[in-house]
Design a protein around this ligand. Structure first.
Ligand SMILES: *[C@@H]1O[C@H](CO)[C@@H](O)[C@H](O)[C@H]1NC(C)=O
Ligand SMILES: *[C@@H]1O[C@H](CO)[C@@H](O)[C@H](O)[C@H]1NC(C)=O
Ligand SMILES: *[C@@H]1O[C@H](CO)[C@@H](O)[C@H](O)[C@H]1NC(C)=O
Ligand SMILES: *[C@@H]1O[C@H](CO)[C@@H](O)[C@H](O)[C@H]1NC(C)=O
Ligand SMILES: *[C@@H]1O[C@H](CO)[C@@H](O)[C@H](O)[C@H]1NC(C)=O
Ligand SMILES: *[C@@H]1O[C@H](CO)[C@@H](O)[C@H](O)[C@H]1NC(C)=O
Ligand SMILES: *[C@@H]1O[C@H](CO)[C@@H](O)[C@H](O)[C@H]1NC(C)=O
Ligand SMILES: *[C@@H]1O[C@H](CO)[C@@H](O)[C@H](O)[C@H]1NC(C)=O
Length: 888
């Protein structure tokens, strides 16, 4: 404090203090006290710096500062601020004293100030004196989690959280993976897990670390985040090399019982590379991560990851209601109803429910809600919040797909199907191969495997989901589909590049502004009757018209589509005329005409499609396929459920198709089946066959059929089934089991047949159903088995090794399934209905699957079965008595 008034003040104070005493004392000693405060504070700051240095040095060695020290350090900081404030006002205080002099009216203010200074001096001295510590740190004690801020209401995750928590707390869980699509609430779930550790200590967990990893995996970033949590992220740490950090972290972490939460990983995180000890049962440590990719779970060594799924409809409604609010929802009964529809459009995706819910909170008129539904249903990308908050989040998953465009193209292809449609994987594979996404030159098997691989990739990335009850189908989540549509339209810049109006009730082909830019068009599942346009579409490759009511297509329509590769017209039941211009589709590779009742024969124009690879004529009224051999590029030909009973040249035609790989077909006569025996190419491409042979007392002979997958036999009057096995030219013994891929066999009303011993040659059989066949005595007949199998085979083959489902129904003569007990390691359903002569099952006490949840269940149709069944032994009876249920 310098300047002119100091001198004057000194004079004045001397004067003042010589006249008055007592209370005025504070004012008199003000200057001295102030100086003392400043001095003591300096000493205190210096002491603090010393203590802090000591603390930090020892902390970097893994120690933890004592609370006592921490409290003191904070108190120094506080007092420093107070002193600073006090000193700030001293100039004003002195000025006041100087001006006012002895007019003691205002002396009380100065007095108060003086008193504060005096008190402060004592306090600073006090803190200073307390700042002497023998030890400043101790061994680390329980430090748990740092709270993650969460929304006040989280709806719908309670059950999931409980399950995840339970799994995590299981002593056997070291690493745990949570996977699911973008926006499904994985991060929230992980944050909730984190916050649970705040409430109480668990099992001696010392530290819980939450790290957001995200797509740019940087090991050092994770290391720094952990170091920060450990309180060792000092400047010194930051200067360390990555390798040094690994060693440092490892030494510090290996003594700790930690829980590491890694949010949003996109590739494998190598714990060793970071410096994290591997979590084991012994060290009790845990690592939990979230990811959008199931594959990453596998890479992290988690075989049983938990899927975070979309919300069920009740939970979705609860969440939406919480976001929109009662007032809006109850403002009009119609709004409540419309809100249910909006929730439906979100398909349980929390991200969409949250954002759309927030958006709708302020909408209180029915019109606004109706408009929202319109927008969501027709062009959801335009809905407020979609393009900014929902789609980009989902698009990360798309961006993370492998760089090559193949997988991306395949993914975008799935938008062509109607919303919420379960797409058969096999169909996708056919489309993709015909579209040329997959190079088919590498051979059929490789190409198909590659296509299935891509489906797997998309499922793992949660961009497609496998249907739970039927794993041969996949679905695209609605909001993911919106994202894909958004990308396919070049982010709405080019809406006509890919026109998708599937399942929206159209009655005619929609108006297109610029046909020239259209590449793909899907109008499936509508009510279109006439197609009469004559569009010029030089770029169009894909046209999906299935499931409409088309009766008439004008020839003009197909005239200018030189690049059309895929045309699907299936299930247009009444289409009976094909314009001859179809032959101008020179690039066409895929044509699906199944379910068109008007097709009786192959139109000449069809036979000109030289590039056609895939032709589906199932469920038509086709009577004969003469001429089909002109389609020389055909790979797949589906002919099941036709009327070709009179066509006896089928096999000849098929034999001419050099590239044939997959055929489905009905056999109507022994004449045709006999031809099959010598039609090697046809026999080895038949995948599915239905046999209806009406000639009395026929003997059916089947050749080896390498790809046969399903066989149905209905109402056939066959008395015997033989197999003509191909033999090696050397020793004349059979080379293979004839039906390596046969998995399903259905027999119905085949009166005359006595046994199905030939099934010994179908080692892949999974489903066998035999019903209403009066003569069947044995499923496998012992004498006949000896004839079909070589001696060597008879010794090694175990029948029904893969059988999962076995059912016999109304076989009055059936006496035996097999002559001795069989292991049936996969069998889950074993149904015996109305087979009154069957007493003994080929089961012993070790038969049937023992995998939990897959136990063998036996169902018997009759009430009095208990008295009839003859068990192999007591142990068998004991084993199965409990698993028998009535068949109803
Ligand atoms: C006395 O103090 C009051 C408030 O503290 C202030 O408003 C007033 O101006 C002072 N009087 C003199 C003469 O300084
Ligand atoms: C052809 O159409 C039918 C009927 O729509 C369908 O069941 C079948 O899966 C389609 N085939 C392919 C490969 O898409
Ligand atoms: C389809 O076209 C025919 C004749 O071209 C016409 O009679 C019929 O009304 C049309 N149907 C529809 C639904 O447009
Ligand atoms: C089918 O379309 C053609 C040309 O558009 C038309 O001449 C014919 O009358 C139509 N037939 C029926 C049955 O609608
Ligand atoms: C089919 O092929 C035969 C000879 O291979 C030929 O005579 C006939 O014209 C062809 N038919 C069509 C429709 O191309
Ligand atoms: C197939 O149909 C054509 C006419 O559509 C007929 O000329 C031919 O004889 C038929 N072939 C057989 C094998 O029935
Ligand atoms: C066996 O059948 C399955 C269908 O279940 C099919 O996907 C697979 O390609 C077939 N294998 C061979 C070798 O044909
Ligand atoms: C049981 O099988 C007999 C033939 O064995 C058949 O006549 C009868 O209809 C069957 N009963 C039922 C309920 O299916």
């Amino acid at each position: 404090m310098a300047g002119f008034f100091t001198c004057a003040l000194d004079q004045m104070l001397i004067h003042l203090c010589s006249c008055v005493g007592g209370e005025v004392n504070y004012v008199c000693k003000l200057k001295k006290n102030l100086a003392a405060v400043e001095e003591t504070m300096k000493a205190l700051i210096a002491r603090r710096a010393d203590v802090l240095k000591k603390v930090q040095r020892q902390e970097s060695e893994g120690q933890q500062r004592l609370n006592e020290v921490e409290v003191w350090l904070t108190s120094v900081e506080n007092i420093q601020n107070q002193v600073y404030e006090l000193l700030l006002t001293r100039r004003d205080q002195f000025e006041r004293l100087r001006l006012c002099g002895f007019c003691t009216k205002n002396l009380s203010s100065s007095h108060r100030y003086g008193k504060r200074v005096f008190k402060m001096l004592k306090e600073v001295a006090n803190v200073h004196s307390k700042g002497v510590f023998e030890v400043v740190v101790g061994p680390p004690t329980i430090a748990v989690a740092v709270e993650r801020p969460l929304p006040s209401t989280i709806v719908g995750q309670e059950k999931m959280l409980e399950r995840a928590w339970e799994h995590l707390m299981d002593a056997g869980t070291g690493i745990m993976g949570l996977y699911g699509m973008g926006g499904v609430g994985k991060t929230t779930l992980l944050e909730q897990i984190n916050n649970r550790f705040l409430k109480r200590p668990f099992d001696g967990v010392e530290i819980v670390i939450f790290v957001v990893v995200s797509s740019e995996l940087r090991v050092e970033m994770i290391q720094d985040a952990i170091a920060e949590k450990l309180g060792s992220c000092t400047d010194e740490w930051k200067r360390k090399e990555k390798n040094q950090k690994v060693i440092d972290l490892y030494t510090r972490m290996k003594t700790k019982k930690f829980v590491l939460l890694l949010d949003d990983i996109w590739k494998e995180v190598d714990l060793k590379e970071i410096g994290i000890p591997f979590p084991t049962k012994d060290n009790g440590c845990k690592v939990v991560f979230t990811t959008r990719s199931r594959k990453v779970c596998g890479q992290m060594g988690v075989d049983d990851p938990m899927e975070v799924k979309c919300l069920g409809s009740d939970e979705a409604w609860d969440l939406f209601r919480a976001k929109v609010g009662k007032i809006t929802l109850e403002s009009d009964p119609d709004i409540l109803e419309l809100a249910c529809k909006v929730v439906g459009e979100c398909r349980g995706l929390p991200l969409a429910l949250n954002i759309i819910g927030k958006n709708m909170a302020s909408k209180r008129t029915v019109e606004e809600w109706e408009q929202a539904i319109d927008t969501l249903a027709s062009s959801a990308a335009e809905f407020p919040g979609m393009e900014d908050h929902i789609l980009p989040i989902l698009k990360y998953s798309y961006d993370s797909l492998r760089e090559d465009h193949q997988v991306k193209s395949c993914f975008l292809y799935c938008i062509l199907f109607s919303e919420d449609f379960a797409i058969k994987k096999e169909n996708l594979v056919d489309y993709w191969i015909c579209e040329g996404f997959i190079d088919e030159k590498q051979g059929k098997k490789k190409a198909r495997n590659q296509a299935y691989g891509i489906i797997g990739t998309l499922v793992e990335a949660c961009l497609l989901t496998e249907e739970e009850e039927d794993k041969s189908k996949v679905k695209m989540h609605d909001v993911v589909r919106e994202m894909a549509l958004w990308i396919a339209s070049d982010f709405r810049k080019d809406k006509e590049r890919c026109i998708v109006k599937a399942g929206v009730g159209l009655r005619e082909v929609p108006t297109v502004e610029n046909w020239r830019s259209v590449r793909r068009m899907s109008l499936m599942d509508n009510e279109i009757v006439n197609i009469s346009d004559s569009p010029n579409c030089p770029e169009l490759t894909t046209l999906l018209f299935q499931k409409n009511r088309i009766r008439n297509i004008s020839g003009e329509f197909f005239k200018s589509m030189p690049r059309l590769v895929v045309l699907d017209l299936s299930h247009n039941t009444y289409l009976d005329r094909f314009p001859k211009e179809v032959s101008e589709l020179v690039s066409l590779r895929y044509l699906n005409l199944s379910g068109i009742r008007g097709i009786h024969r192959l139109f000449a124009c069809l036979l000109e499609l030289k590039k056609l690879m895939y032709l589906n004529l199932e469920l038509t009224e086709l009577e004969n396929i003469s001429g089909i051999s002109n389609l020389s590029s055909l790979r797949t030909l589906r002919l099941l459920d036709n009327k070709m009973s009179q066509d006896c040249k089928v096999m000849e035609e098929l034999q001419l198709l050099e590239h044939l790989e997959v055929v489905t077909i009905d056999i109507w006569s022994i004449f045709v089946s006999d031809q099959l025996v010598n039609a090697y190419r046809a026999a080895n491409s038949i995948q599915e066959i239905s046999i209806y042979i009406l000639e009395e007392k026929s003997i059916l002979t089947l050749p080896d059929m390498a790809v046969l997958n399903k066989l149905h036999m209905y109402g056939s009057k066959i008395v015997e089934i033989n197999v003509k096995r191909s033999t090696s030219s050397l020793n004349k013994s059979p080379t293979t089991l004839s039906f390596p891929n046969l998995s399903t066999v259905h027999l119905l009303e085949c009166n005359g047949l006595k046994d199905l011993t030939w099934l010994l040659l179908a080692q892949n059989l999974k489903v066998l159903e035999v019903s209403f066949s009066t003569q069947v005595e044995d499923i496998i007949n012992k004498e006949k088995a000896a004839k079909i199998l070589t001696k060597e085979e008879a010794g090694t083959i175990i029948p029904f090794k893969k059988l999962e489902h076995f059912q016999v129904c109304s076989l009055p003569q059936l006496k035996s399934i097999y002559w001795s007990p069989l292991p049936f390691p996969r069998l889950r359903k074993f149904n015996i209905i109305n087979c009154s002569n069957l007493r003994k099952f080929p089961l012993d006490s070790s038969s049937g699957s023992r995998i939990a949840g897959e136990e063998l269940v036996i169902r018997i149709g009759e009430r009095d079965w208990k008295d009839k069944v003859e068990w192999e032994d007591e142990a068998t009876e004991e084993r199965f008595l409990r698993s028998i249920l009535p068949y109803c």
